[in-house]
Write a protein that binds this ligand. Structure first.
Ligand code: HCA
Ligand code: CU
Length: 437
């Protein structure tokens, strides 16, 4: 039976919550869609973004902002990269953040020795296993890689730190080689193994197959890292969790080598649709905007118009049909609830696709109470006529509404008002000229 409020009226509020797809399979026992962890790599993968240069102070600011979002781990550039990188690992480990701090190293004893000196909680170790990388990059055999992995992992574990072992370019590596090395390191007691789609070639189906296979041969957690060269990074991350992965790598705004990896905000948007409670209870999604602004400014980009959640039109509704439904019940055309993310919905009305319901709603917001539905319809026709030449901004729509309203209130001359306004200039006639800067 439908829930009722105290006055026995049907309570519509559950219907106003975002309604997810009936096809989602929340109770799949393999799936970790409701129990994943985030490893944010803005300060490692993100440092490989073309424009990135983070000072120590900026890294600290970003780490604190990431900690406010509640990411589970923060991954830092290898201490072997440079002296400053080593010192930055120390400085960020010493901040005492809630997030665990990782550094990311090559599968190399020299790097491992440096890493354990920095005070990090764990070390993410990586080595290329695809034939391309074995032939054209480091030139090592699988036997060499396996022995190096055993030595490095044993050493890091002996220092009491978390350790993850990952293979670069996993999706172009030989499956038998991959499974063999993951089984070896699993037996050594790594906390996680990692899969990396270094070139962004994988699609969700391939990801599902590989993670599912890996899940059946190792006991440890599974971390996944997906590049976005072909637009699948977030979908791949979601699918990996469905197949049993446990940890996903993200970067603020999706920055990284070439065109990056899943954006933290986009990934959280995707997961919110999978399990809203889990995301909202565990992560402070209202803090996303702050960390995005810090990173965007620091790497000299603007937040893209179509950015998940915080892009300037992420919650803007335009077409009349959408606007009408949204005003009745936002779930109709919104899968994310803007207020959950500290954002506001905006219904755009000054264009030729507008509808009278949206215009009426604006009249109500402005408390122009004497105006009727008929008035809203007439004004809407006028907006469409003007907007066929050039769209009106909200301020201009408001001027039209107020002029019409004043005329109706004072001497019932509102019809004349509409007849006289044939251009934008007519609309703005008599309005105070904006002071120019
Ligand atoms: C790279 C390394 C990496 C590592 C991922 C991982 C990748 O810059 O090439 O440690 O799992 O994409 O393979 O970022
Ligand atoms: Cu990468």
């Amino acid at each position: 039976m439908a829930p009722r409020d105290n006055n026995n009226n049907i309570d519509l509020s559950p219907l106003r919550e975002p309604v997810t797809s009936p096809y989602s399979n929340k109770f799949d026992p393999m799936s970790n869609v409701s129990s994943f962890q985030i490893i944010d790599s803005t300060l490692r993968e993100g440092e490989q973004f073309a424009n990135a240069f983070f000072t120590t102070q900026k890294k600290i600011e970003i780490a604190i902002a990431l900690d406010s979002v509640g990411v589970d781990y923060i991954e830092l550039t290898s201490p072997a990269a440079s002296e400053q990188s080593f010192n930055d690992c120390k400085a960020i480990s010493a901040l005492g953040l809630k997030a665990k701090i990782l550094t990311h190293i090559r599968c190399h004893m020299n790097d491992a020795r440096l890493a354990v000196e920095t005070g990090v909680d764990g070390v993410n170790v990586v080595i290329g296993t695809s034939s391309f990388l074995r032939e054209f990059s480091h030139g090592k055999s699988m036997e060499y890689i396996t022995n190096a992995a055993i030595e490095v992992i044993t050493f890091i574990k002996s220092k009491g730190l978390e350790v993850r072992f990952s293979t670069e370019d996993s999706f172009r590596s030989d499956l038998v080689d991959l499974l063999a090395i993951y089984q070896t390191v699993d037996r050594l007691g790594v906390n996680r193994v990692g899969i990396a789609d270094t070139v962004g070639c994988a699609n969700p189906r391939q990801v599902y197959e590989l993670v599912k296979t890996l899940r059946s041969v190792v006991k440890c957690d599974i971390e996944c890292h997906f590049h976005d060269d072909t637009g699948c990074a977030i979908a791949n991350a979601f699918t990996a969790l469905e197949a049993g992965a446990t940890h996903i790598d993200t970067c603020v705004l999706g920055i990284g080598e070439r065109n990056g990896i899943p954006s933290l905000g986009g990934f959280l948007a995707r997961m919110y649709v999978g399990d809203r409670e889990y995301v909202l209870n565990k992560y402070n999604v209202k803090a996303l905007r702050e960390v995005e602004n810090i990173v965007a400014e620091s790497v000299e980009i603007t937040v893209p118009f179509n950015n998940y959640i915080t892009g300037y039109c992420a919650f803007t509704h335009k077409a009349g049909i959408h606007a009408k439904a949204i005003l009745n019940n936002p779930s109709t055309y919104e899968i994310l609830r803007p207020d959950d993310f500290g954002m506001s919905r905006y219904v755009s009305i000054g264009h030729r696709l507008t509808g009278w319901n949206a215009v009426k709603s604006r009249m109500e917001q402005l408390q122009l109470e004497i105006l009727t539905d008929e008035d809203a319809k007439k004004i809407t026709q006028k907006i469409k006529q003007l907007a066929d030449v050039k769209a009106l901004n909200l301020e201009e729509v408001d001027i039209l509404l107020r002029k019409y309203h004043t005329a109706k209130l004072t001497d019932n001359s509102h019809h004349n008002v509409l007849e006289k306004i044939l251009t934008h200039d007519h609309l703005l006639a008599g309005m105070p000229v904006q002071a120019s800067a």
